[in-house]
Design a protein around this ligand. Sequence first.
Ligand SMILES: [Zn+2]
Ligand SMILES: [Zn+2]
Length: 233
Amino acid sequence: MVNNWLNYLQFSSIPPRCVLCGGAGEPALDLCNGCRGDLICIANPCVQCGLPLQGEEPMRCGKCLKYPPYFDRVISSYLYQEPFSTLIQALKFNARLQCSRVISQLMVDQIAHAVEPLPELLIPVPLHVARTRERGFNQALELARDLSRQLKINLDFKSCQRLQQTKAQSGLDAAQRIANLRNAFSLKNPLTARHVAIVDDVMTTGSTVNALARVLKASGVECVEVWAAARTV
Ligand SMILES: [Zn+2]
Ligand SMILES: [Zn+2]
């Protein structure tokens, strides 16, 4: 009972209120059953990059077979479409803490099913200092903080830096995206963890997290997962 109340206090409003429709939330979750049911899940993701595949067998997509990414697997269960996109927009522009809690709780549900063992360390995708200053916060860090608290995994948002203010990735082709991110990240301190999860809000092509995974692997990390709240296809 005491634990239930602590959970309530930590992770939802009292009483829980749906961040999408304003109706009554599920126990200890600021999302109602109906809105949760409207979120679109990726049924059969590629076991490495998380893109939706035909059929039901767990497998790698053709792109991962041909050009294996540096990360080992992606957990991103929801499509970046309505209504999940509304949650992410709210995370960026208002209702920040409440949305971060809801999104991280949805992520924990998926991670609990998918991952064994859990990583030793969470690294949010860093924003360039100028971008953080402009926005006031880094939404990947907000999510990573909540995930760290819920899953009791250490969080490191200081060792990895975003070096350059990269151009927006949209509108660039695959080769330009890679060039744009070639020197985007660096590690200030070596990591002792050998199993790490990169945390991001939305994964699009995966080139940003792949650039970061490359730096982590080069520094001796053996297994890099990507935990993204949602992904575009
Ligand atoms: Zn609702
Ligand atoms: Zn793939």
